[in-house]
Design a protein around this ligand. Structure first.
Ligand SMILES: *Cc1c(COP(=O)(O)O)cnc(C)c1O
Length: 390
């Protein structure tokens, strides 16, 4: 089967099949079933301008990165994927590709801290303004749009750390009615659980550092689009700015993606079990998880997500003191920032990931704990939390 036949064939294949086979056919010279790490900066030319398969210089293109980018596109249902050195490098490239001084962007009112900092401290100095709106309220997003100025509506769903849910289809309508593009940061859900492009989003961004890579061993980012004009702009800026994913990092993210479906299902299984346990615990005052019927975004999450993910937040009855004590007492759950890896992590958003928003409208409750539920043995995870909660 030729490469072209294989890829057209794979468009209809299941998610797991695409994760394993899209974007790369066994190497024609050696038969290597997995893309080699092309640790090369430049490529021999067959006469001046005689590029082999378009490869000229590794900022512009590298075969290991190409395999990752094709796989990302196949998994998000887009036409083009682009891999970057970090999630924030992807975001900055996207903004410079699509916005100009004087433009305005609507951001989630609980955006990932690094995303907020990028817009507030970096892009604003270049003439880009932003305003916050709750992604859970499409009317609030519509009200935050400035007709003629707003070029991007930026959405995370679920959000961090309160796991609010934005209705992607409704938000796409709101953005498009005002002539803006809808960008969805799909880091928390991953393409296995949620397909923003199919729901009407124009651009998907990722921190592949999280579930996509999945093993806490690489930092990376991605952009996926399903439009040739957008792809042209993003591709031009990816090369012109140069924040690309290197071949070693590309290889790690690609390896992670091959088991994304298996990992996500186990993350979800384990998270559901922990939610059950926490909901019945006397020291827990509230469990926040989109899979709970009591969650205000539950119906929307059920419609647009395959399952509800591996992130769980909860509040304890003993206030900040107890929250800090629980975070310090777990053993299976490692006290650390980040998320989406095979190992379970616990953190105190108020003092850690969200310390910079203390005293603002974005402040999170002091008795809140966030879990990134890993894929260890579920009994061990529950026993660890039981011990730490006393
Ligand atoms: C981590 C993260 C980012 C930033 O990605 P980096 O890879 O750390 O640069 C962006 N959005 C979300 C939702 C994240 O969790």
């Amino acid at each position: 089967m030729s490469d072209a036949d294989l890829s057209s064939h794979l468009n209809d294949a299941g998610f797991e099949t695409r994760a394993i086979h899209a974007g790369y056919a066994p190497d024609p010279t050696t038969g290597a079933v997995i893309p080699p790490i092309y640790a090369t900066s430049t490529y021999a030319q067959d006469g001046v301008g005689g590029l082999r398969n378009g490869y000229e210089y590794s900022r512009s293109g590298n075969p290991t990165r190409t395999a990752l980018e094709s796989t990302l596109a196949a998994l998000e249902g887009g036409s083009h994927g682009f891999a970057f050195a970090s999630g924030l490098a992807a975001e900055d490239t996207l903004v410079r590709a699509l916005c100009r001084p004087g433009d305005h962007v609507v951001l989630p009112d609980d955006a990932y801290g690094g995303t907020f900092r990028l817009f507030d401290k970096v892009e604003q100095a270049w003439g880009l303004t932003h305003s916050p709106a709750s992604v859970a309220d499409p009317q609030a997003v519509a009200a935050a749009i400035r007709p003629g100025e707003t070029t991007l509506v930026w959405v995370e769903t679920p959000t961090n750390p309160l796991l609010s849910i934005g209705d992607i289809a409704a938000l796409a309508e709101v953005a498009h009615a005002a002539g803006a593009l809808l960008v969805v940061d799909n880091t928390f859900a991953s393409p296995y659980l949620q397909q923003p492009l199919a729901l009407g989003a124009d651009v998907v961004v990722h921190s592949t550092t999280k579930y996509a890579g999945g093993h806490s061993d690489v930092v990376g980012g991605a952009i996926v689009v399903d439009d040739a004009g957008l792809a042209e702009k993003v591709g031009y800026h990816q090369n012109a700015i140069g924040g690309v994913a290197g071949p070693f990092d590309s290889w790690l993210v690609l390896r992670g993606l091959k088991t994304l479906a298996l990992r996500m299902d186990r993350h979800c299984d384990n998270a559901e079990r922990i939610v059950d346990f926490l909901a019945g615990h006397p020291a827990v005052s509230e469990v926040i998880y989109p899979g709970l019927e009591s969650h205000p975004g539950h119906e929307v999450a059920r419609r647009q997500m395959k399952r509800f993910g591996g992130m769980v937040s909860f509040r304890v009855t003993g206030g900040e003191e107890q929250a800090l004590a629980v975070c310090a007492a777990t053993e299976v759950f490692t006290l650390a920032e980040s998320l989406g890896g095979i190992e379970s992590l616990i953190e105190h958003p108020g003092r850690m990931t969200h310390a910079s928003v203390a005293g603002t409208d974005l402040e999170v409750p002091a008795d809140l704990i966030r879990l990134s539920v890993g894929i260890e043995t579920s009994d061990d995870q529950v026993a660890d939390l039981a011990r730490a909660l006393g």
